[in-house]
Ligand binder design. Structure first.
Ligand code: COA
Length: 159
């Protein structure tokens, strides 16, 4: 995603997150930190319409899914999964050890998508979303499943 995509993304943002849509300034601020700590992607239909987008924060070995959304008319076709895969790939390239996200407890389609990609529930933030008072489910997905270092047997010459 680049600044040129912002007008279309903002229209979607307001549709998808009517209660707490990010402002143009917030989204522009996210893009301004690409590629340093952010990675934002868009999904385009065949005729160039932006139908989905997603963003990752990654720094210091930890990554967060900042946002992910697909236009209502295009859901259920695997676009959300494709966007999430891009973010997970990027987190891997940046050597993140784990990816976190927060999702509204009343959003089963999103929770199912995350579970399908190996995210597990790591906590609950009570009444996190305001003014609705809906809880946030914190989810976590490990990226390094094996040992992160190769350790050699050390026979240990005693001094
Ligand atoms: C959550 C969200 C991003 C998912 O996007 P999506 O493009 O519909 O996601 P997918 O198509 O990959 O997966 C959704 C469902 O479609 C099904 N599906 C996937 N590929 C499919 C295909 N080719 N054909 C038909 N169905 C398919 C999946 O099995 C999944 O079903 P499930 O929910 O029963 O598990 C979307 O619902 C959304 O934008 N919601 C509003 C914003 C939001 O809540 N974002 C998350 C904030 S944390």
């Amino acid at each position: 995603m680049t600044e040129a995509d912002l007008p279309a993304v903002l229209v979607l943002e307001r549709e998808l997150f009517p209660e707490d849509a990010w402002s143009e300034e917030m989204l522009a601020g996210e893009l301004a930190d690409q590629p340093r700590t952010r990675h934002y992607v868009i999904a385009e239909s065949g005729d160039g319409e932006i139908v989905g987008y997603a963003g990752l924060f990654a720094a210091g070995g930890q990554a967060d899914v900042q946002t992910i959304g697909v236009s209502a008319a295009w859901r259920g076709a695997g676009i959300g999964a494709a966007l999430l895969e891009r973010l997970l790939d990027e987190a891997g390239r940046r050597h993140s050890e784990a990816v976190f996200l927060e999702v509204r407890a009343d959003n089963p389609p999103a929770i199912r998508l995350y579970e399908r990609y190996g995210f597990v529930r790591a906590g609950l933030r009570k009444r996190y979303y305001q003014p609705s008072g809906v809880d946030a489910v914190v989810m976590r997905r490990e990226l390094r499943t094996g040992p992160s270092r190769v350790t050699f047997g050390f026979t240990g010459e005693k001094r």
